[in-house]
Each structure stands twice: as C-alpha cells, then as structure tokens.
Design a protein around this ligand. Structure first.
Ligand code: GTP
Ligand code: SPV
Ligand code: MN
Length: 628
C-alpha cells in the first residue's frame, strides 16, 4: 500500500492545506472547543478530510439521533422485544481484537517490549515505520463521512485518579458505544480547558462518497493497525470498528497508555474487575481480580452469592486504576462507565444480574436474533417460544442443528454501568474504594488448584507473572492452547514487562499491601467435566479469602502457595465435590509448568527480568523438586 491509495480510488482531492470543513454547523462546533482540542481536531481534519464534524455532547437525544441514523443505514437493527436495544452485525472479518496488528510506538524499542523481542508480550514499531504506516492509511480516510468529536473522561470527572481523552472517529457505532462505555458530557469539555488529554484518532478505513454509506460494516481488515504512542499520549486506530480496536478509551487508553502513565506517576492500570463483598455480619471488603479476556471477570463482578447472607456489589468488570493513598492503603476506581461483556454463556442461571440489566438501552454486537425481536446465544438457556425462529450473527436462519454457532463466541453486550442492579454505592467515588485482596486467575483445565494464597507480596507478584490460560475468542487466536498471560495483561502492556514487574515489586514499600491469591474455576476431571460448579458458588472461595484477611481461616503450605486446610473452605451443601482433585499439587505437572515458565521468562523477558523474579522462580523450582 502506498500513500496515494485513497487518491488512486478517486476519493481524496488535494485542496491545499486549508481547513476544509466549513458548514455553519461545523463552525459553531469548533467555537465550542478548548484551544488544545481545536488544534487536535484541525490537524485530524486536514489529514483525514471528513465531510462534516459532529461534536458529541453525550445527551439522550443525541444518542437517539445517532441510533436512528445507524438504523436508517441498515447498520443496526432495533430489537423490538427489548426496550431501546439494538443489534449490530459486523463484517465477519472484524470480530475481535487483533493482537498481531497492535503496536507500541516508542523512541527506543526497549521501552516498549521486554527482552528486545517482538514476542507475545507486545509489538514494537519504530517512529519512522509508524510515520510511514500512518501516511499509508490516514490521508483522506474519512472522505464522505462525518468525524465525531468525542470528549470523554475515564473515571469520575475531577477525581485525582481520572484522566481525560478525546476520540475522533468516523464511526457512529463507535460514537454511540463510547457514550455508553465512557463519561461523555459538556462537563468534560469544561475540564479539558485545564487538563491534558489523550489524543485518540480512529477510522474504519473505508472512505466513500457521501451518498454511498451502504456498507453495513465498513472496515479494512487487510490494513488494520492499532498504534499506541505512550510518550506523546496518542492513539491511532485504523481499519477495524470492533470493540477494543475502536472504543479507544478501553484497552488502548485505559490499559496501554494508562499503564505507561501509571508507571511514571506511581500508580497501576490493570485488567481487573473490582467488587465489594459483605458478610452476614455486615462487614465489607473490596477485592480486585485479573483474569484474561473471556475468563470470568464480568461473572465474578456481578455474582449472585450461593451462600446465604453474603452480598456482592460491582464497581467494575474489566479495568481498575489503583493507587496507594497517603495512609498506605491501595484504592481503586473503575475508569469505565459501561460494560462490554461477553454474551455467550450469560443466562439467568450463570449471571441473572447481567441478564436483567441488558433488557434496555443496550447495543448487542454479533449475537443471534429471534423472530420476535429478542436475542439469542449459546448458553442463554431460554428456549424461544413456539413458532419463533432464530437468525444467526451471520444473518442466516439458524437452528440448534445448524452445525455452527448462533452467536459469535466473542459477541458482546454494551450496557450502561448504572443499569446494574448491584452497582456498588461507591462506584463513582472520586477517592476510589480500598482494596484488601488481589486475585489472579485463568482457565487451567489441569493441575492448578481452585485457590491458593501467595506467601507474601513478592511471591504474589511472581504468581501474577506466572499466569497462563487457555486462549479464548476475544482475540484472533484459534484453538485451546494454554498461553502465558501474565497479570492478564499480555495484550495490554504499555511498556516493557520487565519494568512492569519492577514497578509492581516497588509497591512493597507501602504499609498495607493487599494479600494476593490465585484462583482457577476451570479445572477438569479425567472425563472433561469441571470439578467446580463455578459462578455463584465462587463466593465460597471469596468467603475463604475474606476470612483469611480477618485472620480466621486456616491454610496449609504447599509448593506453590497456601491452600485451604481440610474443612476450611466451606463446601457443605455443594453435593459431590472432589476436594482432593480440586486442590492436589502434582509433581509431574508442576515440574513441566516451571520449565515452561523458565523458558518463557528467559525467552521473552531475558535481561529485563528483575533479579527478584529469578529468585522466586528458583525457590519454586526447589519446592517443586521436593514434592513427593
Ligand atoms: P473480557 O470482557 O473479555 O475481559 O472477559 P471477562 O473476563 O469479563 O469474561 P466473562 O465474565 O464474560 O466470562 C466469559 C465466559 O466464562 C462465559 O462463557 C462464562 O460462562 C464463563 N465463566 C465465567 N465464570 C465461570 C465459572 O465460574 N465457571 C465456568 N465454568 N465458566 C465460567
Ligand atoms: C477483552 O478482550 O479483554 C475485552 C473486550 O474486554 S475488548 O474491549 O474488545 O478488548
Ligand atoms: Mn477485558
């Protein structure tokens, strides 16, 4: 591809470097913008050549207008059975994050990727290569389209833990989704007068003549590129309209750019849910948990506890920004304003809270549709009424015997946070909530116990670094291979993973470190059945963690950490649970696990690995060697 790709298509006429958008609407839009935002918009307009500008104010009426526009173009359809709910079907080539086309752009390669390798822990692109890639893609890319200007806040506006952004996009689907997922309001525009912001530029990469907006899901999969420039606080995303590739407040900003900021400013930006849990006596604790994509964060964050008297409340289901306060207490905010949750597997049994909240004001993407205007997916466990037929995410007639999934495995719902019936009272607290436990976890069909506790902070950081999990449909990977996914951040690191580990280790200086745990809901028996019922029953594990923090639950030492002493985890009333199989730590499995971990850390992190991590690895190897 070369710089004149769009010109060759007859789409981009060069009309000097005049600021080319000048309808009366556009002019009044621009007058409202704070100077730095205006400069950002002007440069983007010159580069991308949109036909029109639209400044998003985030109002209800504006949302309705944009949804109606999308509907009139056939880009979304109304779901009549639900209230103000919509279905988007993407181009089948644009259904998930594309890690292979996601890059960090920094002056020095070492600042972006560990071990000097473009490996599984991120990809680096040089500034020169990025300039070329940008020149190959962005000139004229918005021709025929409107550029939406979206000022947004990640986190409560004016919280010391929050940060601002402006996304410019030619996708109205992105505009309506950003209005659900982030705080978009005139207040943000005011705040932008004083505060710096992250500059986010997004294009679907399909310029068109104004009259022809017919493509139902414009995208350019062959040239997709998602580039983060942490040193200048910029994001450039081209070619994909889907989720984390295009809703730039989420993974690109709140994880990749923010983790870089967090390191410089002494805080943490993590792929973690935040929940509050209250025991029958009314004592409450907040916990965060990092599981890789599609491994159960949304489910845990909204859990309906199976133990009587216990209550779980949700602060967030995907991202936590955390900082130790002056008292040495770790505090967390959810920078997001909505949920972008996995649909398949969501049912009134597994997640009744989510099922209730998605009945209104929700945008579904790539789920199946019933002929009476409802939604359908694998595991919804609700038979459609007699005579009702189903169309799949590919808009083809579908029955259970069709031999292909009804919903794409990475299909999602996009719903406002405030519709969650168990939203925590402190969800919008600018100070954040106090965190007492950090939980890591993954999908491990073999070998990894239901729960274990780290011996101390350093060992806990090592447990995060050692995380592995089965691949899921949230990214482009195929099959069920077990991948290294340290801290559930593998696709989201904004800087060298070795430096990231050093940053986590440096938190040891604070007076009240939360305890660190590892959980695994996904261990299977020899015939492939889950050993643990999961979902609402996971509260039994949280209950044990709760009592551990209070100093009330017994644990015993194993080679990998502290597991519940026999009888300490409350499994009464669960029926058949094979405790032995759930908690066994087998020598053969862990020998192989530790070997893989050493290969990974040496190969991918190399000299950037902090010495403390090598020490932890050696100690684990020694403990595993002593296993019977
Ligand atoms: P992202 O939004 O991609 O970051 O994912 P997430 O971590 O929020 O994943 P989510 O909670 O949406 O879970 C995805 C899948 O995991 C669904 O298919 C769930 O049914 C399944 N799942 C969640 N919790 C459990 C559990 O406790 N046991 C079992 N067996 N499956 C679970
Ligand atoms: C994930 O993949 O972890 C998600 C979905 O939360 S997306 O926003 O598409 O990255
Ligand atoms: Mn996620």
């Amino acid at each position: 591809m070369d710089a004149s790709r769009h010109e060759r298509n007859g789409i981009h006429e060069q009309n000097g470097d005049a600021f080319c958008v000048h309808t009366p609407d556009d002019v009044s839009t621009l007058e409202k913008l704070p100077e730095p935002v205006l400069q950002f918009v002007k440069q983007a307009v010159q580069l991308c050549r949109p036909d029109k500008l639209h400044l998003c104010e985030g109002s209800h009426d504006e949302q309705a207008t944009l949804l109606a526009l999308l509907e009139s173009r056939g880009q979304i359809g109304r779901l009549n059975k639900l209230n103000n709910c919509w279905l988007a079907r993407t181009d089948p080539r644009d259904v998930a994050r594309v890690e292979g086309r996601t890059v960090m752009v920094t002056k020095n390669r070492r600042d972006a990727v560990a071990g000097g390798v473009n490996g599984t822990l991120g990809r680096w692109m040089s500034e020169e290569d990025f300039e070329q890639a940008k020149a190959d893609r962005f000139p004229g890319c918005m021709k025929g389209r409107t550029m939406y200007i979206i000022p947004f806040s990640m986190g409560p506006i004016n919280s010391p833990l929050s940060r601002l952004g402006v996304e410019l996009t030619d996708s109205p689907y992105v505009a309506v989704s950003m209005r659900i997922m982030t705080r978009v309001s005139p207040e943000v525009l005011l705040a932008l007068q004083h505060d710096d912001f992250v500059r986010c530029l997004h294009s679907v990469g399909a310029p068109c003549s104004s009259a022809d907006q017919r493509a139902t899901w414009p995208c350019d999969p062959d040239h997709t590129l998602i580039a983060q420039l942490p040193e200048s606080g910029e994001i450039f995303s081209y070619g994909s309209g889907y989720g984390g590739n295009s809703l730039l407040g989420k993974k690109c900003f709140a994880l990749r750019i923010a983790s870089h900021m967090a390191r410089e400013q002494g805080w943490l930006a993590e792929h973690m849910l935040i929940l509050g849990i209250t025991n029958p006596q009314g004592d409450k604790k907040y916990m965060v948990a990092a599981f890789p994509s599609a491994c159960g964060k949304t489910n845990l964050a909204m859990m309906t506890p199976a133990l009587p008297g216990w209550k779980v409340e949700c602060v967030g289901d995907d991202i936590a920004w955390m900082k130790f306060d002056d008292q040495g207490q770790l505090r967390a905010i959810n920078p997001e304003f909505g949920f972008f949750g996995v649909a398949p597997g969501t049912s009134t049994k597994t997640n009744p809270v989510a099922m209730e909240m998605i009945q209104r004001n929700t945008i579904f993407t790539n789920v199946g549709q019933t002929s009476d205007g409802g939604v359908y997916w694998e595991g919804i466990e609700k038979k459609p009424a007699n005579g009702v037929t189903i169309r799949s995410w590919l808009d083809k007639p579908w029955t259970p015997s069709s031999g292909e999934p009804c919903a794409h495995p990475n299909s999602r719902f996009c719903t406002p946070l405030q519709q969650c019936s168990i939203l925590d009272p402190a969800w919008n607290d600018p100070q954040g909530v106090p965190i007492e436990a950090i939980i890591f976890g993954g999908r491990r069909p073999q070998g990894v116990p239901l729960v274990y506790e780290a011996f101390n902070w350093k060992h806990g950081v090592f447990i995060g670094a050692a995380m592995r999990s089965e691949a899921t449909a949230a990214a482009e990977f195929k099959g069920k291979q077990i991948m290294h996914d340290p801290f559930a951040m593998r696709p989201f690191f904004g800087y060298n993973f070795g430096d990231y580990l050093a940053h986590w280790l440096s938190m040891d200086k604070h007076s009240q470190q939360p305890r660190i745990y590892h959980v695994n809901w996904f261990r299977k028996d020899a015939s492939g059945h889950f050993l643990w019922p999961g979902f609402g029953q996971n509260v039994r594990v949280l209950e044990w963690i709760f009592r551990r923090i209070e100093g009330e639950a017994e644990a015993m030492e194993t080679a990998i950490g502290l597991v519940p002493s026999p009888g300490s985890l409350k499994i009464q009333g669960l029926g058949d649970v094979d405790e032995e199989a759930l908690f066994s730590v087998e020598k053969g499995f862990w020998e192989s696990e530790v070997r893989k971990l050493r290969d990974f850390l040496e190969g991918q992190v190399g000299n950037d690995l902090p010495a403390e991590m090598l020490m932890q690895l050696k100690q684990l190897e020694e403990r595993v060697a002593l296993l019977p």
